[in-house]
Design a protein around this ligand. Structure first.
Ligand code: NAP
Length: 343
């Protein structure tokens, strides 16, 4: 089915307000395609409406000023360095929602966030920050399962809600991050290396250290003190192989536990439309990473478990060859003795 047909179907089902996108680059096009598929009429604002290519079919392309007149929500898919065309449109932008999707190349590249800069540049518009953590590729390919969260912040609650509604209709999960002051954090977010891995890795490290000392005391130091037996060789294979499954199982339980706690909180509150406490939010957000670390530990457990019988088998073969050698030497000696006796 053509995107224009899907869009037409969507329009028939729920007549949606048109969405305007400034910029016909990678992000603008991908977002437009996704909006059309979700039933929104899309109007692009471009510097060169006549020469715009690769525009999703079903979308209109106009000049910035003309596109602005037809929509209340404008997604600004333009880099911060090019915002300077906006003050000239300030009359038309009065009271409209301007969604800043921009990212920077470096963390804290500018003293203020792009969204705050935009709200100073066009104070007539209501600036909402959002969608910057979703890539153009993910929007276009539809592979949003892994990163379907859209962080949104802004000073005007009603406008923020409207932008969050658009995100929901696109199949994304909007998360309210508060006022526009949070925009800097949202802009730094895509530049962070493994942002959700810190907590799972810290938990895994703490558990590993704890189980290491616990197992060393029980399996190595205790036999040495009570029976004077030196089993320090266990430190290489047996001790790690006791740590891995324990840490893996605890991490796995930490993947499922927040879901259960969240369900109880919802039952207690009698609604699922209130935000969870921050600690639970953070915990829920890193469940995937916790699960992956648990899987890594389980894999190590499998590996070490495989090493143990292999080690026994090597030892058995070595001892077997020793015994065979001893037996053959003994039988040779016995024959020689017999020869000596019989003369
Ligand atoms: P892009 O492909 O370079 O497109 C930028 C668009 O901005 C151009 O196509 C152009 O559209 C417009 N533009 C360029 N110079 C301009 C000027 N001087 N005045 C007015 N408009 C101008 O960039 P992009 O990848 O789409 O990114 C756009 C924004 O989305 C950026 O702020 C980026 O940080 C953000 N973002 C991108 C992604 C991604 O995956 N690409 C993800 C998240 C956020 P017209 O020729 O039609 O005017």
């Amino acid at each position: 089915m053509e995107i224009s047909e899907i869009a037409a179907d969507g329009e028939n089902d729920h007549k949606q307000e048109a969405i305007c996108i400034f910029g016909t680059g990678d992000f603008g096009r991908s977002l437009g395609m996704r909006l059309l598929m979700s039933g929104y009429p899309v109007i692009y604002g471009s510097r060169n409406p006549q020469n715009s290519t690769l525009i999703p079919s079903g979308a209109q392309v106009h000049t910035h000023a003309d596109a602005l007149k037809k929509s209340k929500i404008i997604f600004l898919a333009v880099h911060r360095e090019n915002y300077d065309f906006l003050p000239a449109l300030s009359n038309l932008l009065d009271g409209k929602i301007l969604v800043d999707v921009s990212n920077n190349l470096k963390m804290n590249q500018y003293p203020e966030s792009n969204a705050q800069y935009l709200s100073q540049l066009v104070p007539e518009a209501i600036v909402v920050k959002g969608f910057n953590t979703v890539s153009a590729w993910a929007l276009q390919s539809g592979s949003l399962d892994a990163n379907s969260q859209v962080f949104v912040c802004g000073d005007d609650n009603k406008s923020k809600q409207q932008v969050m509604d658009v995100a929901r209709r696109l199949g994304l999960t909007p998360l309210d991050r508060g006022s526009l002051l949070a925009a800097k954090e949202l802009e730094n977010y895509p530049l962070q290396l493994f942002p959700m891995w810190r907590l799972p890795l810290i938990i895994a490290s703490v558990l590993t250290v704890f189980f290491f000392f616990y197992t060393v005391v029980i399996d190595v130091i205790h036999p040495f003190v009570t029976k004077n037996s030196d089993v320090s060789y266990k430190l290489a294979i047996s001790v790690p192989n006791r740590i891995f499954p324990n840490v893996s199982l605890i991490l796995l339980s930490l993947v499922y536990l927040p879901g259960v706690i969240a369900a109880f909180i919802q039952l207690y509150r009698g609604t699922k439309y209130r935000r969870f406490p921050d600690w639970l939010d953070k915990w829920m957000l890193c469940r995937k990473q916790l699960g992956l670390v648990a899987l890594a530990y389980a894999f190590l457990h499998v590996l070490y478990t495989y090493i143990i019988p292999t080690r026994f088998s090597v030892r058995w073969r070595w001892m077997h060859s020793m015994i065979e050698e001893t037996k053959s030497t003994y039988s040779c000696l016995s024959k020689q003795n017999l020869f000596t006796i019989w003369g």
